[in-house]
Every structure is written in structure tokens, then in C-alpha cells.
Design a protein around this ligand. Structure first.
Ligand code: ITT
Length: 195
């Protein structure tokens, strides 16, 4: 088992979800705040590239194994946007009402039922140079207006396939059982249990 693992994210919504999902994975999971982690500029063009860049930066800064998450919402009718730009569409104030409105506007208001998916790529970087990524995805559709108080980011407009409520209306434990992040974590756990 990994003794100390750095969770390389500054997003409190992700931290809340990972806290539950990663229980038992490492002796101690330490956050960005404890280590004053840098927030590197996300200069890559893929979820995987940006996830690796964040994990490497945290591993280099601490000398400890680090786990990062790069994720986002992809909308089919917008050619995959906002995708890797999901956080950036919310601007410096992290205003997701504005980001959701931008999706609505870019679809010309024709948003109901449009195909979308949440994607998460986790990257694990070890001090010996070993790196591994794990991808999870959940397909669904968009719904308007935004509904629900749970979750974070774009959850209030995303309805996963097979359900009629948004991720923000899910009980957090239920979202954690089937989200893109949860699916990526399953692959991470399988990898670590084979190590
Ligand atoms: P870190 O890089 O520090 O982890 P970040 O918020 O900048 O934080 P990303 O670049 O990966 O992270 O941006 C992903 C964005 O996609 C995030 O800000 C959310 O708005 C959105 N997103 C990802 N997973 C989501 C989820 O489960 N529910 C709702 N929105 C999600």
C-alpha cells in the first residue's frame, strides 16, 4: 500500500468526492493546502496530458506519490466543448452559473436532451518516474433550467442516462457510486491491487 499520497487538486468538489472514494487506498492522503501545492498552467490539449502535468508537478514539489484529476463536460453538439476548458468557462470567479449559461447560449437555447458526457482522467505519478492514467466516463443528456443543490460544477444540468434527475439532485453517495470519477477510481484501485 502507498504510505503517503498527495491528492493534487485545488477543487473542493473533487476533494469531497475523493475523500469518500479513496478511503483505504493509502495510509494517509494529504491535500494541496497542507503542501501549498503549485497550480500549474494546464497547457496540454487532452485530459490525459493535463492530468499528468498536475500529478508530476505535485510529485516533484513534495517528493511523494501524487494523484491528480483532469475532468470536464463534453457536449456532442458543441464538438466536445467545453471539454478540457470546463473549468476555464467558469472564469476566474469560478462562476458555474455563467459557464452553464454559456452552454445554453452556444446551443442557441436548444439544450434539452442534447447528448453530453462527463469524463475524468486520473494520473498517478511516483517519485521513481512511474506514471499511470485511468479514464472514466458517464454518458447522459443536458437539461434546463439547472436543478439540484448537491455536487459541483456542471452537475445541475447533467442527467445521466437511465435517470431523470440531474447529478446535483443525486444523493452524493449515489453519484459517487457511478460517476466518471468513480469509474476512473475503480481502474486505479484495480491497478494498485495488482502491484
Ligand atoms: P484542479 O485542476 O485543481 O483539480 P479544476 O477545477 O481546475 O481543479 P479541471 O481543470 O479538471 O479542475 O476542471 C474540471 C472542471 O470540470 C471542473 O471545474 C468542473 O466544473 C467540471 N467537472 C468535472 N467533474 C465534474 C463533476 O463531477 N460534476 C460537475 N462538474 C464537473
Amino acid at each position: 500500500m502507498i504510505e503517503r499520497l498527495i491528492l493534487a487538486t485545488h477543487n473542493q468538489g473533487k476533494v469531497r468526492e475523493f475523500d469518500k472514494m479513496l478511503a483505504g487506498l493509502a495510509g494517509r492522503i494529504e491535500g494541496a493546502a497542507e503542501h501549498n501545492l503549485p497550480e500549474p498552467e494546464e497547457t496540454e490539449t487532452t485530459f490525459e496530458g493535463n492530468a499528468l502535468l498536475k500529478a508530476r508537478a505535485a510529485m516533484t514539489a513534495t517528493g511523494l506519490p501524487a494523484l491528480s484529476d483532469d475532468s470536464g463536460l463534453t457536449v456532442e453538439a458543441l464538438d466536445g466543448a467545453p471539454g478540457i476548458y470546463s473549468a476555464r468557462w467558469a472564469g476566474p470567479e469560478k462562476d458555474f452559473d455563467m459557464a452553464m449559461q454559456r452552454i445554453y447560449d452556444e446551443l442557441g437555447g436548444d439544450i434539452e436532451g442534447k447528448k453530453a458526457a462527463f469524463v475524468a482522467v486520473l494520473a498517478l505519478a511516483f517519485p521513481d518516474g512511474t506514471e499511470q492514467t485511468f479514464e472514466g466516463r458517464v454518458d447522459g443528456t443536458l437539461s434546463w433550467p439547472a436543478r439540484g443543490e448537491n455536487g459541483f460544477g456542471y452537475d445541475p444540468i447533467f442527467v445521466p442516462d437511465g435517470f431523470d434527475i440531474t447529478f446535483a439532485e443525486f444523493d452524493p453517495a449515489d453519484k459517487n457510486a457511478m460517476s466518471h470519477r468513480a469509474r476512473a477510481v475503480e481502474k486505479l484501485k484495480a491497478y494498485l491491487s495488482n502491484e
